[in-house]
Design a protein around this ligand. Sequence first.
Ligand code: C2E
Ligand code: MG
Ligand code: MG
Length: 691
Amino acid sequence: MLIGSYSPALVVISIFVAILASYTALDLTGRIATTKGRAAYLWMCGGAMAMGVGVWSMHFIGMLAFNLPIDLGYDITLTALSLLISILSCGFALWLVSQPRLPLSQLLFGALIMGAGISGMHYTGMAAMRMQPGIDYDPRLFSASLLIAFGASLAALWIAFRLRQNTPYVRLARSGAAVVMGFAIVGMHYTGMAAARFGDGSFCGALGNGLSGKGLDNLVLITTLAVLIIALLTSVLDARLEARTAVLAQSLTEANKELTQLALHDTLTGLPNRILLADRIDQAMHRVTAHGGCFALMFIDLDGFKPVNDAFGHHMGDQLLREVAQRLREDLRSEDTLARIGGDEFVLLVQLGEPDDALRLAARQVSLVSRSFRVAEHELQISASIGIAVYPGNGLNAQELLMNADAAMYHAKGTGKNGYSFFDASMNGNARRQLQLLQDLRNALEHHQFRLHYQPKFDAANGRPVGAEALLRWEHPQHGLLLPDKFIELAEKTGLIIPIGDWVLNEACRQMREWYVQGYTDWRIAVNLSALQFCHVGLVKSVTGALERYELPANNLTLEITETTAMNDADVSMVVLQQLADMGVDLSIDDFGTGYSSLMYLKRLPANELKIDRGFVRDLEHDSDDAAIVSAIVALGQALGLRIVAEGVETGVQQTFLTQLGCDSLQGYFLGHPLPPEGFMQGIHLAEHKA
Ligand code: C2E
Ligand code: MG
Ligand code: MG
């Protein structure tokens, strides 16, 4: 019998290759388990290649490590076949461990197939030597090698299945497992080799036309290492990418959550807003329809909030609103909804066990709010008026319920505030009043009930008057002189603002013509335009008409549009504004700072003036944020070549401050109230002393 010997270096290398192949395989099962769809199949194919080549090359290097006293060669076809068997059985193993579950029967069956695959590869590889006479195998060692192949496969599959998820220490666990698996594969191989007996006078049939052993070891080794390392690197990089993607996906989910929260909640108090409230009311109505029962809608309006806000500024107002929200929420149940739907308006939706519950709760909420609040060292006293609508009974849909609760709230306010009222059909008076006002508004133009009051604007630097803003007033036969906030919204809603706006434009130009003739040729008269007028096709014609009628140069007229109007439909605005600017009309962006201007757009607007909203001016002295905003607006306006006007100047300190910041002109009660034209000139002379 020929006695074989092993080259120790190659044996060590074969063990190393087996461990590396095992590690790669374990790592790849992790990839397969965490990817989905086509990518998982790609990983499986790549993994089968890498692991198959690895296991096979361990075996082949093991064969090369074996020396017989005769020359050896390897039949190419059979060698290739052994490689194929290795790849196929590794592919099968990877597929098996990437299944969601691996019951014992499946594990045993898989181990059988994989064991057979590894043994098949080994003995096909041995057959590739084409020994003459054939190799004689020791039956006991042969059986042992099969058993080891089976056992090793069983262990490998089980370990791979357990370690496929990315748990903590998974790399360490995989390394340990790879060593065990590597030795198991090597053990099978060398047991198989030990089983082989080569008779005396044997010779290798694959010698002449097969692969010869010389140099083959290096080639196989290098190729294998390359394949395994590429597979490993790809796997590691992909795992990192996946981890990053997971982090991104996580933050996206969070951002989405935040957006939903923002869309459905009031940012100041964090309470549900009108949209979410409407949804909750619908749900509550469905519940009542399906299961019976009833619920109440309470409209809560604060009494005395506006004076606090005006006196202490909106920061204090905001703080107070937060405190109120906190208190109102105090003893609500989780199924109740408290929403904030406007400045100082809250709505409470509560399920009722019995109708008396509503009464008790309303009384409790009223008393909660009437306890004084402590905000920033101030003791503040306000109260709440609550209107209650009950479903079923006081409305058929969310809108009606809200309107009726609102009407009941007005009733509570009317009967002395700091209390609550249940809705009653006779309370629809408020709606009726609005309707009456609308009818009056329709006739107001015809009956010449509109007036214009004029508020002067002054040059900040030298205190000289530079013009006036025309402000609309309605001389109502019953209600007296009404300010725009009482009727402009109604006029806009009904489209009446178009003829009213035309009247304002003409009247203002007529007045300006009078002043012009008196010698104030450099004054500008400012007219406010509402969003609706701005979208109206006739605007440019109206403006041209008014200027021609009163023979006024276009530059004596300033049109004020609010920032929000100007930005709303940017492209339409741009066309209209450009036409007006081409005529030479002066354009001013009113209430600047309250909207959301895009700088890009602002730059393209053909405006001449920015009017800083009076909200910023009001808190200038006490609020460093507002001061910073004003100086930023001034800088911005100067950079864009616009005049800066500050409105709402009420004190000398504000006047000095705004002048120092670089405002061009000033307007406000400190310098002059809006006045009827008769008293205007006298008012101006008084004001000139202050300015
Ligand atoms: P606006 O264009 O921002 O007008 C300035 C408002 O601030 C005026 O209120 C004016 O009386 C007020 N005001 C002036 N100085 C001070 C001050 O020092 N402190 C305070 N707290 N307020 C001051 P008014 O006349 O009630 O007008 C309110 C709004 O109604 C105007 O805001 C404007 O948007 C609108 N409006 C007025 N007249 C017309 C009009 O003819 N057509 C249209 N479409 N809107 C108009
Ligand atoms: Mg204005
Ligand atoms: Mg304004």
